[in-house]
Write a protein of this length. Structure first.
Length: 408
């Protein structure tokens, strides 16, 4: 028996007026997924426990069978694990985004234009953060908290703090405050916040003059002229996935958070060249990697980030296209390859959380899930949408859903 998990990050949504009051899942052409749904089980699941922030961190912890109310200490420790950054006892980590700012005379009046610096490529992002860390004023500021920045090949970097604490700290995700002045959302709540804000302000003075940013502006792109600390947390331990569910497994993604949750659960991780986490990601490379992985593993997880990123970027057309790509370029070729193998398999597909077109932010409402068993002759007869999920079983808490995948 083989087991396939497909996560379409943020593809669930609420009705969108410009789509005729349909959700993107209802509007998108996804005939293969809907065919699987009609022959399988469609329900809804609460992946984000009440009282916890709605995000991929809490939701994907649930999807992999972990109780976020017990194990969630913050997003960045999970991403650190995915980036190969080992935290020592007492260390604090942050996600450090490269962002695009509409800079004002006063830093606090600046506006966040893009949470990912205009979808900056990894090579440019790493070059800029490494250069910034070499600048004396910025380095001296980081030294006050013994902060070391670990570059990763995307707009996401990891900052590890060896001194001080985060008790009372309030840090806001940058994708939640797009087009907003940053003043009310600067870090606050403890003394360390002042130093982190100082580092952000210094970066906003130094980065605009870098030749790479000048070149981006000349090319019509947004500059990476700012940084943003958020997603603070401390080291975390997760259950061994293989021991818990009795299967060997691997996970394919372009996102450090997903790799981190997998690695902490003792699952192998598979990187794919050209996997960007954006609409232009290497879908075919991910599919090929997944098909090959089934020669070695019982369980393979495939994570597609594009629907979420498109929604944060205000790209509704891109979100619909990302869902359609998930159907035609991901799910269909993997399932057809499994069918050719002749071995029975079970599939679980879901959105980790809703990402709302109306606000461009995450939402913690239940999301639809689909379970398909190649041995089953019947099914629910419905398609895969939010409304269809509401007509089926409701799984709460969400960390219990993965057990349904492994039912015999």
């Amino acid at each position: 028996m083989k087991y396939l998990l497909i996560i379409g990050d943020g593809m669930a949504d609420n009705p969108v007026p410009s789509l005729g009051d349909k959700t993107p899942l209802e509007y998108a052409a996804k005939p293969f997924i809907d065919s699987l749904a009609s022959r399988g089980e469609v329900g809804s699941v609460l992946t984000v426990p009440e009282g916890l922030p709605a995000g991929s961190d809490t939701a994907i912890l649930s999807i992999f069978g972990n109780d976020p109310t017990v194990c969630f200490t913050g997003r960045s420790p999970l991403e650190a694990a995915g980036a190969g950054v080992q935290l020592k006892a007492g260390d604090i980590s942050y996600r450090l985004n490269m962002v695009s700012l509409d800079l004002a005379d006063r830093y606090e009046d600046s506006i966040i234009l893009s949470h990912n610096a205009g979808s900056i490529d990894g090579e440019t992002s790493m070059a800029l953060i490494r250069w910034l860390c070499e600048q004396e004023e910025f380095a001296n500021c980081l030294a006050k908290l013994e902060i070391v920045i670990h570059p990763t090949p995307s707009f996401r970097h990891i900052a590890v703090q060896g001194k001080g604490g985060i008790d009372g700290l309030v840090a806001t995700p940058p994708h939640d405050i797009l087009k907003s002045a940053i003043g009310p959302y600067l870090l606050k709540g403890c003394q360390e916040a002042e130093i982190l804000n100082e580092a952000q302000e210094i970066a906003s003075r130094l980065l605009p003059s870098h030749p790479l940013n000048r070149a981006r502006i000349e090319a019509g792109k947004l500059p990476a002229n700012g940084i943003w600390f958020w997603a603070e947390g401390s080291a975390v331990l997760l259950d061994d996935f293989t021991e818990k569910y009795g299967v060997s497994g691997a996970v394919i993604s372009a996102v450090p958070l997903v790799f981190g949750i997998a690695a902490l659960g003792k699952l192998d991780t598979i990187e794919v060249e050209g996997a960007t986490g954006e609409l232009d990601t290497n879908y075919e490379g991910k599919v090929e990697a997944a098909i090959r992985a089934f020669d070695r593993y019982d369980f393979v997880g495939v994570h597609i980030e594009a629907p979420d990123e498109c929604t944060h970027n205000g790209d509704l057309e891109g979100k619909v296209k990302a869902i359609e790509y998930l159907d035609s370029r991901v799910t269909k070729p993997i399932v057809e390859a499994l069918e050719r193998r002749g071995e029975p398999f079970r599939l679980l597909m879901l959105s980790d959380h809703k990402t709302l077109t109306s606000t461009r932010t995450h939402d913690g409402d239940p999301v639809p899930y689909l379970i398909y068993d190649s041995r089953s002759a019947g099914g629910c007869g419905r398609d895969y949408t939010e409304k269809s999920g509401e007509s089926g079983a409701f799984v709460k808490p969400g960390y219990g859903l993965i057990s349904k995948l492994f039912e015999k």
